[in-house]
Structures are given as structure tokens and as C-alpha cells.
Design a protein around this ligand. Structure first.
Ligand code: BGC
Length: 761
């Protein structure tokens, strides 16, 4: 029996919930400690019930805002009418100073109380100047760069009239089939928490009233990343251990970072739609975590509780969502329609309405919108900010840091800068759109630097280009495009011709920018269309291939890994994509990215993640027996483990020691040496395994990392202090506990490191 140390704070939190677990107002948890409490209370005291409910209503941009409402468009007319009545608290997808000012003017000048709107927008990896997709940024493991990228996104959004972004998405992504893995930070809750905090800090800064900062929104609460089969919107089912230890930590981290808003999610979790989940929203988020911001529903997710089979009709859905703690209705129109009657009928406590309105109004005060509703509406600032040089530099820096060198046999990379005949093959090398990725609503099409453009900065090589295969013209943001080129190999001959006479072939293959993102799950995680055939055909005539993979998810390409000497994961890197890739290919930037998700060898291994549990069976073959843990037709190993990524130099780890500090914490120390020939950066990673526990623990878990830059031959002693926070875990009641016993410590350059030691607590 192990001795467990319980954490007082959690017990306190649980007590709080227990005391407040009656119905109605006793569960309302917004506090009065906000500096704006008096203003908000006095405003609330003069608001009608309908006006308070209006604050809880969010509409999508509904007409050409600077023009008249189109005649006969009933829906738009209704929204316009609601806006003038003060029944709209927020709008999304209204952008650009001119448009935002137009709607804000109606809210401020034409409604009874003149309460300003909060304007939301999906600035997911930038506004107009785009950073890499969030999954790519996560591969940098560089919190400063990630924070800076969010600052750029905030500055451009704010300059365009927006004051609230629906980011960061902190859903853990273990399934590369799920299209939205591109929007998160990968599979690990520790790395994901650090990144989530960096993003919140970047968006919100230290002062929300600063006109260059905007409110962040942590989404999607909760379990959305566990959609069964990787199919977007699908049901999620997992137990308490996964909920508390894997899913919730990044959400909690953003509450600690003072995030102002949360978004709930489309999915059903263990039978309850997240939008109607009182346990998640009232007990955990607003209760145990004491979150003081507000929760917005996902798009129409209140209404979706009807097809889920949870709500009987729209009115019932509004009742369930309001009682469960969803403060704002995004585009279901159900709060505005039913909440007043539900209050009058006693089905929704008015205290809940007051609580929701108080939370929303407080964020508006914090943004400074009451002081100046037009503070985000300055045409001169808009013009000076969007696309400015410093932003281009920041996203270029982020893009270089996001690239992962997966393989580099015989040091094929970096490329020589002169005297080379280089064949560049593939649709993406000449594509200025796909590198923008998914979620780039405000960016202009075809504004990324293509790989060919980036490589043109190195003019002393002879570059020839061949398309090889046109994968797809690409779907657009909302329209389904299924026209992936399945069989047109007519471009192969030209590709083979240019490859034959080249010293090196750079093949830029992968996914179109719109093949990941919302509603864009794939059952296959290979190269779409005929690209695999193209790769193999080119390989037959020239084996000196650098494969530059452009994708929004890890792709399972075992043939390429076996045969192609150099492979670069170049994701969708945003506006400066081609410049970043070219600088890495030519060695002007030494890659340091590490995979934030495990890459499977085959889709049949999914879900495949490094921090899995042990089974009772061995993972090495037992002679002549089948009863060990394995597939009959595939290895247990991933193609690339979580945390994997190479450099143009090499790193050596030695001298690993763990010493007790005497205060219950431990010091892990080791020496990292750059044993190669060039300066480089390494993400030194620390993993811990709690060998035996009252709830079984993963085979290893990331508990620390440091990004270290070293000159060739230089060494640095790295230390990590590990305390209860790193050694403990959540039991199945959600209590954080630490148990005595044996712990293994692993350090190295990926989650597959075998360099380890152990200690007893
Ligand atoms: C997505 C959210 C997004 C919202 C508003 C939904 O479809 O799931 O992540 O913020 O739309 O655009």
C-alpha cells in the first residue's frame, strides 16, 4: 500500500463545490472582487431581463454592414432589429475598422443603454500576416516565439476592430485523422499547457485595456479532440483518469494564465453534450477552478443538443445550456428566443442570467470598451499595423523554428549554395495558397511566399521546376472539394526528365491547405492523390531526394522513411513559408523543431501516443507464442516518436543524476554537449514514470524541457527541479495526489530516449 499525499487546495475546491451544489443561485460563482464590480452591478441594476439575455446572444455578421439590410432577407432583418433593441451582446466575423464601427455604432448609439459589443473572430494563427498553423508552432517548443506570434495576431486583429479571438484551441490531439489537430499543440498535456499559457499571454498581454491586446478564448471544453475515429464532431468517450490527467490540464493552465473566455464544444462526452454539461462548466470550470470569465457556446452547439438526442426542442436546449453554465449563445438564436420565458416559468434561475451577464460585461469593462467603444476602430492604425515589417519578421522566425528535420542520411542537407543542379518537383513548391493552411479567414488568397520564391534567394544553383502531379485545386474555406487527383500521371514524364539531370531533387509534397481544419478529417493519412507514385517514380531515376512535407497533420509514410534520404516536416508555415523552408534547406537556419505528435507507421495503429499505459503483456516477442502485445502485421513502434527532430549538428547526453534536495523535491542533472560541427539548438526533454501507483501511470510523461543553443564542442549542465507537481497525478476523483515509490527518469532528444535512471521517493 502506497502512502499518498493529498493536496489541500483541491480539497478546498471540492468543499466549495459541495457547499454550492444545490440548485439555482447558490451555484452562481462570479465574484465581486473585480475592479469593475461596482460599475457592472450598477449597470445590471438598470437592465431589463431581455437586455441581460441580450448580452448572452452572439450573432454572426449579418449583412453588408456598411450598407442597408438586403430587402427580403428576413433573418438579417431580425438580427438587425435585435441589435437595435440591445438584444445582441457580441458579434463574430465582422472585421475591418469600417465594418466594426458600423455595428458598434448601432449598439452604442441606437440602443437604450448603449452597451458596446464585444467583437469575436477566429484569429487562429494570425489575422492577415499568418504564422504557421498552431500544430507547427508547437513543434518549435519555443514559448517566446509562440507568445510573440500570438502578439502579432492580436495586434493585427485589434487594429482591424476585433477585440476577442477564439483561440487558443487546447484540445489534446492523439488522432492525426482528426482535421483539427492542425489547430492545437499536439498530444501532450504538459507541452500543451505551456503553449496554451504562452498563447494566452501573447493575445492578452499584461493589460487587456491596451489597444493592441485582445481577449483570448480557450476551446473546446471539453473532449473534442477525442472524437471517435478521428471524425470531426463525433462522440467522445473516456474515463476519469484521461479526463483529469490528459484532457483538462491545458484548460486549467489557461485559467491560471487569466484567460478571459472559454468555448465549449460540439461533442458529446460520456453521453452528455459538452454544451449542456453542468459538471464540466459549473462544477469544474467555474467552481473548482474559480474561472471568472464567460463561456461561449460553439457555433450553434446549443441547438445541436436536439439532434444529439439530449434536448427535446429549442426551448429545452436553451434551458439545459443556461443551467449548465453556457453564458453566451453563438448563433443558435435560442437564448434570445426562449430564456425570458424560461426564467418566468422558473425553469432557469434569474441568478444564472445575472451571473452570465455580469461575466460578459466584466470582460467588456476590462477591454476598455465602456471607456471607448471605438478604441479598436482607427483606420490609420489599421493601415500602419497590418502586414508591417516587424510582423513579417516575427512570422518568418516562427516558421523557421517550426520546421522539423525528420531524417537526414549522409548529410544530404543542408544543400550546397552553389554549383548544384536542383530539380524542384511537386504542386506545393509553386503554391502560394496552401502554406496559409486552414483557418485564415482574413488573409488574402495566394499571399504566402512559395518554396520556389524562397529558393530564388539562392541564385547560384540552377533550379528547374516540374509539377509532377496536381493534387487538387483545393477546396475553399467552406466549400467541399472532393476533386483530389486520383489518377492523372501525365506530369510524371516531365518530373522524371528534370530529376534525371539533377544533382539533388527537392520534392515538395503533401496536403492542400484546406485538407485539414474543421470538418476536414481524413480516413487516410498518406500523400493524397498520386503523389506517392510520383515520389517512387522519381526515386527510380534519382535517389538524392529531399522530401519537403507540407501538411497539417503527421503523415504516415513508411516507404519514404525507408528510402528517401532526407525528410523535412514543413507543415503549413504561413505567410513566410517559402523563405523559412529555403533557409533551412540551405543551412542558414539549423532546424531545431521536435514533433508535437507521434507519427504512426500506419493508420491502423491510431491512436498511437507516447504517454500510453503498459499492458500486462510484454512488448518484445515471446518465442513461439502469440500472446504478447503486438500486431501480427505491423510493428508497435511509431514512424517518428513524439519529441523527435534532428539538427545539422549532433547532441550527446551524459552524466545523468538525480539528487534529493532535502525538501521533498529532486534535482535531475545531466550534461548536454554539441558533439557535431555546427552551432545548433536542442530541445532537451525530461520524462518521468511513476512505476507503481494506485491508478496506473503512463510508461513515461514529459515533465520538463529546455531549448538550449550550443556552439560546436560546447557543453552545458542542464538541471530540472522536480517536485510534487511533476511527480503527482489526478486520481479518478480528480484529486491531485503524490505517492511514494519508484520513479524512473529519462532524458534525451525525444520520447524514445532510453537514457535513464531511477530513484525512490
Ligand atoms: C468552431 C469554433 C469556432 C467557431 C466560430 C466553430 O465551427 O468549432 O472553433 O471558433 O466556429 O467560427
Amino acid at each position: 500500500m502506497k502512502k499518498a499525499a493529498f493536496f489541500g487546495i483541491f480539497i478546498l475546491a471540492l468543499t466549495f463545490v459541495a457547499c454550492n451544489s444545490g440548485t439555482g443561485s447558490s451555484k452562481v460563482s462570479s465574484d465581486s472582487s473585480s475592479p469593475f464590480a461596482a460599475e457592472v452591478d450598477s449597470l445590471l441594476s438598470i437592465m431589463t431581463l431581455e437586455e441581460k439575455i441580450g448580452q448572452m446572444n452572439q450573432y454572426n455578421g449579418f449583412w453588408n454592414v456598411t450598407g442597408p439590410v438586403p430587402a427580403g432577407d428576413e433573418a438579417a432583418n431580425k438580427k438587425y432589429d435585435h441589435l437595435k433593441k440591445g438584444w445582441v451582446g457580441s458579434m463574430l466575423n465582422v472585421r475591418g475598422v469600417e465594418n466594426v464601427r458600423a455595428v458598434q455604432k448601432i449598439a452604442v448609439e441606437e440602443t437604450r443603454l448603449g452597451i458596446p459589443l464585444i467583437i469575436g473572430f477566429d484569429a487562429i494563427h494570425g489575422y492577415k500576416t499568418l504564422s504557421p498553423i498552431p500544430l507547427a508552432e508547437a513543434a518549435s517548443w519555443d514559448m517566446e516565439a509562440i507568445k510573440r506570434s500570438a502578439e502579432v495576431s492580436a495586434a493585427e486583429s485589434a487594429a482591424s476592430g476585433i477585440n476577442w479571438t477564439f483561440a487558443p484551441m487546447v484540445d489534446i490531439g492523439r488522432d492525426p485523422r482528426w482535421g483539427r489537430v492542425m489547430e492545437g499543440a499536439g498530444e501532450d498535456p504538459y507541452l500543451g499547457s505551456k503553449i496554451a499559457m504562452a498563447r494566452v499571454k501573447g493575445f492578452q498581454g499584461d493589460d487587456l485595456s491596451d489597444p493592441f491586446t485582445i481577449a483570448a478564448c480557450t476551446k473546446h471544453f471539453a473532449g473534442y479532440g477525442f472524437a471517435e475515429g478521428g471524425k470531426d464532431y463525433n462522440t467522445a468517450d473516456f474515463g476519469s483518469s484521461t479526463l483529469y490527467n490528459m484532457v483538462l490540464p491545458p484548460f486549467k493552465a489557461t485559467v491560471d494564465a487569466d484567460v478571459k473566455t472559454f468555448m465549449n464544444s460540439f461533442n458529446v462526452l460520456n453521453g452528455i453534450p459538452a454544451t449542456g454539461d453542468e459538471f464540466l462548466q459549473r462544477e469544474i470550470l467555474k467552481g473548482q477552478w474559480n474561472f471568472q470569465g464567460f463561456v461561449v457556446s460553439d457555433w450553434g452547439s446549443i441547438g445541436e443538443m436536439i439532434p444529439h438526442g439530449y434536448a427535446e426542442d429549442g426551448k429545452h436546449a436553451a434551458e439545459l445550456a443556461a443551467n449548465a453554465g453556457s453564458d453566451m449563445d453563438m448563433e443558435s438564436y435560442l437564448y434570445v428566443e426562449h430564456l425570458a420565458a424560461l426564467v418566468q416559468e422558473g425553469k432557469v434561475d434569474e441568478a444564472y442570467i445575472n451571473d452570465a451577464a455580469r461575466r460578459i460585461l466584466t470582460v467588456k469593462y476590462e477591454l476598455g470598451l465602456f471607456e471607448n467603444p471605438y478604441k479598436y476602430c482607427d483606420e490609420a492604425r489599421e493601415k500602419a499595423t497590418i502586414g508591417k515589417e516587424a510582423h513579417q519578421e516575427a512570422v518568418l522566425d516562427m516558421a523557421k523554428k517550426s520546421i522539423v528535420l525528420l531524417k537526414n542520411e549522409n548529410k544530404l542537407l543542408p544543400l550546397k549554395k552553389s554549383g548544384q543542379r536542383i530539380a524542384v518537383i511537386g504542386q506545393f513548391a509553386n503554391d502560394k495558397n496552401s502554406p496559409l493552411g486552414s483557418w485564415r479567414i482574413a488573409a488574402d488568397d495566394n499571399t504566402a511566399v512559395s518554396l520556389m520564391e524562397g529558393m530564388a534567394a539562392y541564385p547560384d544553383n540552377r533550379l528547374t521546376y516540374a509539377l509532377g502531379a496536381q493534387v487538387s485545386v483545393g477546396p475553399t474555406s467552406f466549400v467541399m472539394e472532393t476533386k483530389i487527383n486520383e489518377d492523372d500521371t501525365s506530369g510524371f514524364a516531365e518530373a522524371i526528365r528534370v530529376a534525371r539531370s539533377a544533382d539533388v531533387v527537392v520534392m515538395n509534397l503533401g496536403e492542400v491547405g484546406w485538407q485539414t481544419g474543421e470538418g476536414r478529417s481524413r480516413a487516410n493519412i498518406d500523400l493524397p492523390g498520386v503523389q506517392q507514385e510520383l515520389l517512387e517514380a522519381v526515386y527510380k531515376v534519382n535517389k538524392n531526394i529531399v522530401l519537403v512535407l507540407q501538411s497539417g497533420r503527421p503523415l504516415a509514410l513508411p516507404w519514404a522513411d525507408e528510402n528517401i534520404p532526407a525528410i523535412v516536416q514543413a507543415w503549413q508555415l504561413g505567410t513566410q513559408s517559402g523563405n523559412a523552408i529555403a533557409q533551412v534547406l540551405y543551412g542558414d537556419y539549423n532546424p531545431s523543431g521536435k514533433m508535437p505528435m507521434t507519427t504512426p507507421r500506419d493508420k491502423g495503429q491510431i491512436p498511437l501516443y507516447y504517454n500510453h499505459k503498459s499492458t500486462g503483456r510484454p512488448t518484445i516477442p515471446a518465442p513461439n507464442l502469440v500472446f504478447w502485445q503486438h500486431y501480427m502485421d505491423e510493428s508497435n513502434d511509431p514512424l517518428y516518436p513524439f519529441g523527435h527532430g534532428l539538427s545539422y549538428t549532433e547532441f550527446k547526453y551524459d552524466g545523468l543524476e538525480v539528487n534529493a534536495n532535502g525538501d521533498g523535491s529532486y534535482k535531475v542533472s545531466f550534461t548536454l554537449t554539441n558533439s557535431g560541427a555546427v552551432k545548433g539548438k536542442e530541445v532537451a526533454q525530461l520524462y518521468i514514470q511513476d512505476v507503481t501507483a494506485s491508478v496506473t501511470r503512463p510508461v513515461r510523461e514529459l515533465k520538463g524541457f529546455e531549448l538550449v543553443e550550443l556552439e560546436p564542442g560546447a557543453s552545458k549542465e542542464i538541471t530540472f527541479n522536480i517536485s510534487d507537481a511533476e511527480l503527482g497525478f489526478y486520481n479518478n476523483d480528480g484529486e491531485f495526489i503524490v505517492e511514494d515509490g519508484l520513479f524512473r527518469v529519462f532524458v534525451g532528444g525525444s520520447s524514445a530516449t532510453q537514457y535513464s535512471t531511477e530513484f525512490a521517493r
